[in-house]
Write a protein that binds this ligand. Structure first.
Ligand code: SF4
Length: 453
């Protein structure tokens, strides 16, 4: 293991609170006053639009102490059954409200844990969505699943429903770390899930790993990444734990004393990187890795990589349709978000209304800044003037953005040649610091984001 240390200058940047830029503007800018306007955007989709649909399942069978997701533990199945009924109603409601489109190209189940549903419920839901949005041949159907509680019956249901990609929350293989975060899942259990998923024809496999969890060290992060790579998932994401117990109450179960400082977190992230690159994975954007043959690696090589609420993707769909509590959608006009509390979301759906709580209309300047940030987060290089020219925005953004990078150039976080900004490989993990210089809404939201590393 050969990890490079964090320099004092870079440490100061690594400790800044910054968005993950899975969208620009970020969700913190969404506004309840715009929800009604957002509802009208559903009807303005175009005949050529391929749809991406995101379904949020806000239930889990256990609560991991590090969790930052919108979820609750479903102790009784009646709650889940009632939820699935409302969700099915919402599918029909949303499908009826959409304008013309060219069918469903990408369906993603996230959560929570979609495998908190019964296998038959999951299959029925997939069928209903495929019918309601007219699934296209070859569509990607993806689900995030908790491998610790994944039954063979659910895996069979996923195979029969035509699921093409599964993301398994692996996080760490270290038993001591698993105990500290209330997520016991032995290596054999994950290996069995992988084998069974492949047996039923799920062709795409993603793993999520973490660093910065209590009890993690560069050594045990390296060992977990090596074990993960041995199973040859197509993609591996490595996320840093964000300790925000004032926002996520259950995180008080994690002792601050068990957490590494910034230098320790950096060393852990470097250790995961070393293990994955050594195992033949390509670096993708900020925190993803993919086998060279995977479509994400090909998209990255060809400049087609995209970043959306699910992270890095090669999905070019212009319309993201939200289903389920807290789900975020995207239209040409802007972003929408559903009510997060399940009772409020259900009440709206039961009234026959779209369950939107917030929306944000975007203008030409937002689109330009979003494109600049997305290219930096995906390609680590952007020609600021070319993006502004393509999107018909002003030279003022070019001048402002270029001037805003002066200190970063001095610190080695990026270089500038004419109007081209480039992030060098050693600064990859700090790319959010560079991207943030193109964000003119950051001052209002800075303290609500996690640290850059
Ligand atoms: S399984 Fe995932 S969503 Fe559920 S509590 Fe654990 S980390 Fe959170």
């Amino acid at each position: 293991m050969n990890a490079s240390a964090l320099s004092p200058v870079h440490r100061a940047y690594a400790e800044r609170n910054l968005p993950r830029y899975t969208s620009y503007p970020t969700a913190l800018a969404f506004d309840t006053a715009q929800a009604e306007a957002g509802a009208a955007w559903f009807g303005r989709t175009r005949a050529e639009d391929k749809l991406s649909v995101y379904v949020h399942v806000p239930f889990c069978r256990r609560l991991c102490w590090y969790c930052g997701c919108h979820t609750t533990v479903a102790h009784d199945h009646q709650r889940v059954d009632a939820f699935v009924e409302v969700l099915s109603r919402e599918v029909d409601l949303v499908a009826a409200r959409l304008g013309e489109h060219d069918g469903l190209a990408h369906l993603h189940f996230g959560g929570g844990s979609p495998n908190a549903l019964r296998p038959a419920q999951f299959s029925a839901l997939v069928e209903r969505i495929k019918g309601a949005f007219r699934v296209r041949p070859g569509a990607e159907i993806a689900a995030e699943l908790d491998p610790g509680l994944l039954s063979k019956a659910f895996i069979d249901a996923a195979g029969e429903a035509g699921v093409t990609r599964v993301s398994l929350g692996v996080q760490t293989f270290d038993p001591a770390v698993q105990a500290l975060v209330n997520r016991i899942q032995p290596h054999d259990q994950v290996a069995r899930a992988v084998e069974q998923l492949r047996d039923v024809g799920v062709g795409g496999l993603n793993f999520d790993l973490m660093y910065g969890l209590p009890g993690q060290t560069p050594e045990n992060v390296h060992a977990s990444a090596r074990l993960a790579a041995l199973m040859r998932p197509d993609r591996i994401a490595v996320f840093g734990y964000a300790h925000v117990p004032w926002m996520k109450k259950h995180q008080v179960m994690i002792r601050q004393a068990d957490l590494a400082d910034t230098d320790g977190r950096w060393a852990q992230a470097e250790a995961a990187d070393a293990a994955l690159v050594e195992a033949g994975y390509m670096r993708i954007g900020l925190d993803h890795y993919a086998l060279p043959s995977d479509s994400l690696s090909l998209a990255a090589a060809e400049g087609r990589l995209r970043r959306n609420f699910q992270g890095y993707t090669d999905d070019p769909a212009p319309v993201l349709v939200p289903i389920g509590p807290s789900s975020i959608g995207q239209f040409r006009e802007g972003f929408v978000q559903n009510h997060a509390p399940t009772d409020q979301w259900a009440a709206k759906v039961n009234q026959g209304a779209l369950p939107l709580n917030k929306a944000l209309a975007i203008d030409a300047e937002d689109r330009t800044r979003a494109a600049l940030i997305e290219r930096l987060m995906c390609d680590m290089v952007v020609d600021v003037a070319a993006v502004c020219r393509d999107l018909g925005t002003t030279d003022q953004i070019v001048a402002e953005s270029l001037a805003a990078t002066d200190d970063l150039i001095a610190a080695g976080l990026c270089s500038r040649e004419g109007t081209v900004i480039r992030i060098p490989e050693p600064a990859r993990r700090l790319m959010r610091v560079v991207a943030a210089r193109f964000d003119n809404r950051l001052p209002q939201t800075a303290t609500r984001h996690a640290k850059a590393v």
